[in-house]
Design a protein around this ligand. Structure first.
Ligand code: CMC
Length: 435
């Protein structure tokens, strides 16, 4: 047992037991209560994992009170300013930044996996044109497990690495195909001469006669830069709901492509990745600055389920460092885009009023990354229902890094929470005729 420990006394039985306080590199000490049930005969109750660490991880660190986010020790601000998304994805997976040769090799690996198996194309035909793209993503990414299952040995590190790079590579191709399916346009194949973000924009928007970057697109270079930034900011966020879902599914030894599909499902909800789409809908519903106070009042009303979307965070209780970075980019992107300025103005006005309001101050509710990300995506002409798909493309790098970390860790066990049972006590069955 480590020197530091925490004692817990069961006052009913007068039994006391000491539990080790584990120290990470940074952050709060964590009580190892795995022996609690055997020692004191009780479980812990922590719905939503508010005070529970579900694993050890060396990938991402967040200090929510001080607004700090580190990927493998590097501050998000430095990475956002100086890296390409693939450099960050490499960092998340490998733990170190690549040198130029390693980065080139990684680019080549991603390029090599970007194309979809031709048979996968027909999967899209099963979806109606107006299917939500997140629904298509769940289905198509899940179906990758049907293509890569029988030969897969997840105990082999080399095969695990191929799974990880394959998923990062294929996500933009699948995402763009979802969009083109909904518009009825032909799918565009990935190109090896374009970088990750350029390639995605090209697959989304190119016409048969011209590729995206050759078109008179108002914000071409800015679009690529903004996308790169958004992908970096969304790449990982430690044990969030979708990453925990990937880990939980992965802990059973399930097919990794199916585990990522599970992560996409968890991301879709408006409390998580679906918030960017919800923010845009909310801003459009508010419409004008004079209507903001009525929506703030709704958000504060206990009897109204409405929440200010893009506000609040389980971990950040001061500011979301990603929101600070993205707010600046909003200004830059919108300065070059002729449309959608009113939504940003509205968002700024909403932010200003909410931040002055006692309710939001007391509850430490600040704008999070997704308060602004949708505004940028809209300015880049990404359709609103694709916003969460964009998040999913970026977060895949985090999901696979956690899956790799978890599967390489010999101490990984199946995730299996306990419960506080509140149902009927034991009772005897009553035959139908007597009920
Ligand atoms: N608007 C109004 N009230 C809020 C909001 C909000 N956006 N967020 C939290 N509250 C209130 C909530 O009603 C509760 O009040 P009370 O103490 O009186 O019951 C209090 O603040 C604490 O809320 P909570 O739901 O217990 O906090 P949480 O840590 O469980 O939830 C959250 C965090 C992000 C789910 C929540 O703040 C929320 O629903 N925000 C809106 C959705 C959103 O923007 N999500 C994106 C998160 S960032 C992207 C990502 O990484 O996923």
């Amino acid at each position: 047992m480590s020197e530091k420990s925490l004692s817990i006394t069961n006052k009913t039985t007068e039994q006391t037991a000491a539990y080790p306080l584990l120290e990470g590199t940074l952050g709060n000490p964590t009580v190892d209560i795995r022996a609690l049930k055997n020692d004191l005969g009780c479980f812990t109750f922590d719905p939503g994992f508010v005070s529970t660490a579900s694993c050890k991880s060396a990938i991402t660190y967040i200090d929510g009170d001080r607004g700090i986010l580190l990927y493998r020790g590097y501050p998000i601000e430095q990475l956002a300013e100086q890296c390409s998304f693939l450099e960050v994805a490499y960092l998340l997976i490998h733990g170190e930044l690549p040198n130029s040769e390693q980065l080139q090799t990684f680019h080549n690996e991603i390029n090599g996996h970007a194309v979809l198996h031709e048979s996968l194309r027909v999967f899209f035909d099963g979806f109606h044109y107006d299917a939500h793209p997140m629904a298509m993503m769940v289905g198509v990414v899940g179906s990758l497990s049907a293509f890569y299952h029988s030969e897969l040995d997840v105990s082999d590190p080399e095969q695990r690495y191929i799974c990880a790079t394959r998923m990062i590579a294929k996500m933009p191709t699948i995402a763009a195909a979802c969009y083109r399916h909904s518009t009825g346009a032909p799918f565009v194949y990935p190109r090896v001469d374009l970088d990750y973000c350029e390639n995605f924009l090209n697959m989304m928007f190119s016409r048969p006669e011209k590729r995206f970057l050759e078109q008179a697109h108002a914000i071409d270079d800015t679009a690529v830069k903004a996308l790169n930034l958004l992908f970096i900011l969304h790449a990982d966020h430690e044990q969030n709901a979708s990453t925990s879902t990937v880990r939980l599914a992965g802990s059973t030894g399930a097919n990794p492509y199916a585990c990522i599909a599970a992560g996409i499902v968890a991301l879709w909800g408006p409390a998580h990745g679906g918030a960017n789409e919800a923010v845009l809908s909310m801003l459009e519903e508010i419409g004008t600055v004079d209507r903001i106070p009525q929506y703030i009042a709704k958000a504060k009303d206990k009897n109204d389920p409405f929440r200010l979307m893009g506000f609040g965070h389980r971990v950040y209780k001061n500011f979301d460092p990603r929101a600070t970075i993205i707010r600046k980019t909003c200004h830059e992107v919108l300065a070059k885009s002729s449309n959608h300025e009113p939504l940003f103005e509205l968002a700024l006005a909403l932010e200003e009023l909410a931040l002055k309001d006692d309710y939001f101050i007391e509850k430490k509710l600040y704008p999070n990354v997704d308060f602004y990300s949708g505004i940028i995506y809209k300015a880049l002409n990404i359709p609103v229902d694709m916003f969460t798909v964009m998040f999913a493309i970026a977060r895949t790098s985090g999901w696979v890094s956690h899956w790799l970390e978890m599967t390489a860790d010999p101490s990984t066990v199946i995730g299996r929470p306990r419960q506080l049972y509140t149902g009927a006590p034991r009772r005897d069955f009553v035959p139908l005729a007597k009920r």
